[in-house]
Design a protein around this ligand. Structure first.
Ligand code: ADP
Ligand code: ZN
Length: 704
């Protein structure tokens, strides 16, 4: 599939039948390319000089019209090429002229008709064909040399060969959950909307452990019972084998699982299951929003605040936002679920656009663990006395503790106390993080690594100091403080495959681990029954990022980590170590005061004109020449400038040098979405020098 800036028109040769959503092979310049039919013009609209389509690859369209329209919308909204947007729906395997991929299994079925008298052998054959049909292999086993008799039966209309679509019904169809009042109320509301077959968006704001998953599953069952299909999205980090098997056990039909980590052929197979209507349930991460399900009735977006719904590379789409649009186009229902909803979604729920459903108590007898703030000002040890004592108690009670820190590695940087310089990446303008287990300094932005020097390369000082800390340092400290404890580190250095993740999660569940030290990898979604203590290091770390969502993110992150504790047991604790114990945001976290956090964030964003009170786009200009990047972005700023648009910048991006490339950015906001897009259109029309790369990010998340 070629990414070309515009759509091309070809002639349909006599006798060729073509539908939009199918792939075709067409001539393009000197070669043959695979394309997707976007629209078919009526007869009479003949345009002279068109080249003919060479071949049709799919007799049946691979994607439905509605999805094609969503992709074209995506291309316009995110200012991307239509071909690139359409490619989003097609697994890489199918972007080439490979066909047919997985031929439908053909079986022999009875027709219920047929004329004339049949012999004994034919009678035997006929009787061996059940309602599920008979596969050709099985037939050959049962009736060696029986093919002529079979063919005769087919010819006379007793039997037929046709494709077989397996539908595996698992044993456990109905669940035995007795729902809480809050769950019942939510399920009733959402089911009502499903029955009306009208577009509706629900925000399911339920605290951690309130049983949101049961609500999703009950509504999914309802939709499936109505003959509608269901799209169930989870954040990347949550799509573990455990999640898949939990859902598989509960949904009594075959499903497709779609995520970008699958091998190419497997991805294509899952895609085709949905495309050929073999399944009506798709479970997947971000990219599954483009799965070719027909008859869509329900979209679930679990942990809707999660950033993995936003694609950062390539077309910067947001699967959560697209889920709302796709549901709208299908008169379907969307459930956006979270314990800490994004401000964007929450603000919508205070208006008419989204209905708010709240679940404020945990299932069973457990309640939310109490949060204690530990003032770290003047404390030298990474583990405060309070946290030390709490860990000791937890261990003596044979329970588990989780220590969360938002950085991997040992220390954040090496600084020379003599001249004040830090050891930086040679390709980026960022300090290297010291990774003791590797004995290396690692750039967390580009992956560059180098042995850390013992003397300052600038002034020769012998006393290089480590500042800041990461998972390795906590692991090391805790190991010294609690020599007998079984400690596991979980971060992206340690947990590199999904197999390792599964092993680690199993070890925690089987109580082979006493203390878990990890990054955001362990902050979300997991259910650890024996975890009764959570310690958060440097709760303020995210808060000072150059990002207007920093406060919201900090709240989400810390409350999500806190939510890992005490999902079964009662006596649980969360300790938050911080240098800013009196900051209102830290206070709101300690009281689980989501509304309080939102209302103070809201005030700031409304006053300063940030989303969700304005629409935002970010344009990044990068080049190996700083001069050229700066000159080009300054010209671009003139084009972007217009009334009702606010420009911030041009300025060097917070990561101003990445992999030897200088980065500049402009942030645009406007109350008027149309004006914002018109400005971006003007930018697209600009001729930029070949050494400068321009990236447009609409509704950006990353500000770096
Ligand atoms: P959330 O996603 O809201 O954080 P989960 O869906 O993970 O919460 O549910 C938390 C726990 O409560 C799970 O172990 C789940 O099996 C259990 N649970 C859910 N609903 C009920 C219920 N009605 N009665 C008893 N346990 C429930
Ligand atoms: Zn680097």
């Amino acid at each position: 599939m070629a990414s070309i800036p515009k759509m091309l028109t070809y002639q349909i040769p006599e006798g060729m039948s073509i539908e939009s959503g199918s792939r075709v092979v067409v001539p393009l310049r000197q070669s043959e390319k695979v394309g997707v039919v976007v629209s078919v013009k009526e007869e009479g609209d003949e345009i002279p000089g068109l080249k003919p389509i060479l071949r049709v690859l799919d007799e049946q369209p691979l994607i439905p019209r509605e999805l094609l329209d969503l992709l074209l919308w995506t291309s316009r909204y995110y200012h991307a090429m239509p071909g690139a947007a359409i490619s989003l729906a097609f697994p890489p395997y199918l972007r080439q002229a490979r066909t047919p991929l997985f031929p439908d299994e053909v079986r022999i079925f009875r027709t219920g008709t047929g004329k004339g008298v049949i012999g004994r052998k034919q009678q035997d054959i006929l009787e061996s064909v059940t309602e599920q049909g008979l596969s050709p292999e099985r037939f050959r086993e049962m009736f060696p040399g029986g093919t002529p008799s079979l063919n005769a039966l087919i010819k006379r209309g007793f039997l037929e060969r046709r494709p077989f679509f397996p539908v595996q019904r698992s044993a456990l169809a109905t669940s035995e959950v007795s729902y809480t009042q809050e769950q019942k109320a939510a399920i009733e509301e959402i089911s009502g909307a499903l029955c009306r077959r009208r577009f509706n968006t629900f925000l399911l704001h339920g605290i951690t452990g309130s049983g949101k998953t049961e609500v999703y599953l009950a509504c999914a069952m309802k939709a499936l019972d109505m003959g509608l299909s269901v799209l169930y999205l989870v954040p990347e980090i949550a799509l573990t084998p455990q999640t898949i098997s939990m859902i598989q056990k509960r949904i009594p039909c075959e499903m497709a699982v779609i995520h970008s980590g699958l091998p190419e052929a497997a991805r294509a197979r899952e895609f085709l299951k949905a495309s050929r209507s073999r399944v009506s349930f798709v479970l997947g991460t971000r990219s599954a929003i483009f799965s070719p399900l027909k008859n869509l009735g329900l979209i679930v977006v679990d942990e809707e605040h999660d950033h993995s719904y936003k694609q950062e590379e390539g077309i910067p789409y947001n699967a959560r936002d697209l889920s709302i649009l796709r549901a709208k186009n299908n008169q379907a229902v969307v459930i956006l679920g979270s314990a800490t909803p994004s401000m964007d979604t929450y603000v919508k729920s205070t208006k008419k656009a989204t209905s708010l459903l709240t679940m404020s108590s945990r299932t069973g007898s457990a309640s939310l663990p109490e949060i204690e703030i530990v003032d770290m000002r003047g404390v030298v040890n990474p583990i405060s006395d309070q946290l030390f004592e709490a860990i000791r108690e937890t261990l003596s009670g044979n329970e588990q503790a989780l220590l969360f820190i938002n950085r991997r590695g040992f220390s954040a940087a090496l600084v020379c106390p003599g001249c004040g310089s830090t050891i930086k990446c040679i390709r980026c303008d960022k300090s290297l993080t010291y990774h003791r287990s590797k004995g290396m300094g690692l750039c967390h932005y580009c992956g560059f690594s180098t042995p850390m020097p013992e003397v300052c390369p600038k002034c020769g000082c012998l006393d290089m100091r480590q500042i800041g800390m990461g998972t390795e340092k906590i692991l090391h400290t805790v190991g010294e403080l609690f020599p007998g404890a079984r400690i596991l580190r979980m971060d992206s250095d340690e947990i590199t495959t999904s197999k390792k993740l599964t092993q680690a999660l199993d070890a925690i569940r089987n109580r082979e681990i006493d203390i878990l030290v990890g990054t955001q990898m362990i902050a979300k979604g997991h259910d650890f029954p024996h975890l009764t203590l959570v310690g958060v290091m440097h709760a303020e770390q995210l808060l000072f990022m150059p990002d207007f969502r920093a406060g919201e993110h900090t709240f989400q992150q810390v409350v999500q980590v806190a939510g890992r504790a005490g999902r079964r047991a009662a006596d649980t604790k969360v300790l938050i170590q911080t240098l800013i114990p009196d900051h209102p945001l830290i206070r709101s976290i300690s009281e689980y005061d989501y509304e309080g956090m939102i209302s103070s964030e809201r005030e700031v964003r409304e006053a300063t004109g940030f989303p969700p009170f304005t629409h935002m786009a970010r344009c990044i200009f990068s080049s190996t020449s700083n001069e050229l990047a700066m000159k080009t972005i300054n010209e671009a700023a003139l084009r972007l400038n217009s009334r009702e648009i606010r420009l911030m910048g041009p300025a060097p991006a917070p990561i101003s040098l990445l992999r030897n490339t200088y980065r500049w950015h402009i942030i645009l906001t406007s109350k008027d979405r149309g004006k914002l897009h018109a400005a971006l259109d003007r930018l697209e029309g600009m001729q930029t020098p070949s050494g400068v790369r321009v990236k447009i990010d609409v509704d950006p998340y990353s500000m770096l």
